[in-house]
Design a protein around this ligand. Structure first.
Ligand code: FAD
Length: 400
């Protein structure tokens, strides 16, 4: 056996591995055109996003140029361009394998911004916003969570929308954790109509006077994502209300799909962990031998690969259910909760393989581990997603 040379522990070191991480070869189920498109996306993700996101992650900056290039590959519209569910999932996993923040931005953009406007917006909304959004030249922010209402936002949401005598809406309130809140062109704001107490969806251009966003800094995960605290005291035209978004059930529809998509993020993140830890274990020498030759290191790698295989299999099956329109909230929540839990375990195993380098944010293992903590909590916390599944299993709600 030839031993690869040891890698110096240099900052920004990439530990690329030639092996493809699709352990179950799910891509073989794609039509040839989608398979080819996926390959282009994987090349872009590994060749550009992966190396060019490490420094922005450390600096908490958004590498906007990468989003524009992702737009040129059609990544801003995979949700609405007729792509198969399996292709969409594998494309999101390919992005997450390169950088979880970029996959979060692109995933939320597809599922919760472009998807919501396409299904719930008026013809005018679609004409005005979709061309720029689909190409990723424009960005949207999904504004649901509030400072005082996270898990209980459906019942507790306090941002208000009051229709004036002239038809305009006065939207007032505060939002927290809003991805791209400081850089988006349009905010999709969920607010409670003071007339009928229903939660409704509005499109608010972020240039509207009274929209203010303050970046949330010092995050330990998804540092590229530009989350923000937002305050709203805006007047928008009558037409800002999305005709299909006149109750919280409309937001729930989108959240179901996006919870399933977070499962694909967990797949991609674990592919990255396998890439990084396997490559490091082969190149780093201790006791005169590569780490990869030690049983405990191989056991750790095999556990990560096992978690990845289980995650991939579940998401492949879920995409099949999605194509048959059988994606229930129970299935989406169970997948999101289970796969982010497995990813968390994989992150601990993989970062340990790198020893001290596993806790340096300039190395990729720690970056991915931090990102996994964030995806474990967003799109509904791990606990709440388990309780949604528990409610379905028992017929009793343990949380509302
Ligand atoms: C990086 C990141 C990006 C995000 N992006 C967005 C975005 O773009 N748009 C948006 O609207 N939101 C966004 N969020 C918000 C996210 O969806 C919320 O953080 C999440 O829903 C949890 O809400 P919370 O943080 O207020 O926690 P809390 O609701 O305060 O919960 C705290 C803890 O208590 C537990 N808990 C709460 N209630 C119960 C109960 N009844 N029973 C048992 N346990 C319970 C939870 O599981 C959790 O562990 C983002 C969050 C993060 C971290």
């Amino acid at each position: 056996m030839t031993t690869p040379p040891a890698l110096a522990a240099a900052p920004h070191q990439l530990h690329t591995s030639p092996e493809h991480p699709d352990l179950l070869e799910l891509a073989r189920h794609l039509q040839p055109a989608e398979r080819q498109r996926l390959q282009q996306i994987e090349e872009f993700a590994q060749g550009r996003i992966r190396p060019e996101s490490i420094e922005p992650w450390n600096q908490e900056e958004l590498p906007r140029h990468l989003l524009e290039e992702a737009g040129e590959l059609g990544l801003g519209e995979v949700f609405v361009d007729g792509s198969s569910h399996l292709f969409q999932g594998l494309a999101h996993a390919a992005l997450a394998r390169a950088d979880v923040s970029i996959s979060a931005v692109v995933g939320i953009h597809n599922e919760l911004i472009v998807g919501t406007i396409d299904s719930l917006g008026s013809e005018q909304h679609k004409r005005e916003w979709l061309p720029g959004l689909r190409s990723l030249r424009q960005l949207g922010a999904f504004c649901l969570t509030e400072p005082e209402h996270g898990s209980d936002v459906a019942g507790g949401l306090t941002t208000s929308a009051t229709q004036q005598a002239d038809g305009q809406w006065h939207i007032q309130g505060a939002k927290r954790w809003i991805g791209l809140g400081t850089v988006a062109d349009v905010a999709l704001v969920w607010a409670r109509d003071t007339a009928d107490a229903q939660i409704k969806g509005f499109l608010v251009p972020t240039s509207t006077p009274g929209y203010q966003a303050q970046k949330i800094s010092q995050k330990t995960g998804l540092r590229i994502m530009q989350n923000a605290d937002i305050t709203l005291d805006v007047l928008v035209p009558e037409t800002a209300l999305m005709p299909g978004a006149s109750s919280f059930a409309a937001a729930g529809e989108g959240l179901r799909g996006s919870r399933a998509w977070v499962g694909w993020q967990a797949v991609g993140a674990q592919q990255a962990l396998l890439d990084i830890s396997r490559s490091y274990a082969r190149s780093r020498q201790q006791f005169g031998k590569p780490l990869a030759s030690f049983q405990m290191i191989q056991t750790a790698l095999a556990k990560v690969a096992g978690n990845l295989a289980v995650s991939t299999a579940l998401m492949g099956e879920l995409s099949r259910l999605q194509s048959e329109e059988k994606l229930t909230m129970m299935r989406a929540s169970l997948a999101k909760a289970t796969l982010t839990r497995l990813a968390r375990e994989s992150a601990a195993l993989a970062r340990e393989t790198l020893g001290g380098n596993g806790i340096l944010s300039t190395h990729e293992a720690a970056k991915v581990a931090g990102d996994i903590e964030a995806i474990y909590t967003y799109e509904g916390s791990h606990g709440i997603n388990l309780l949604i599944a528990g409610r379905d299993l028992t017929g009793v709600s343990a949380f509302v």
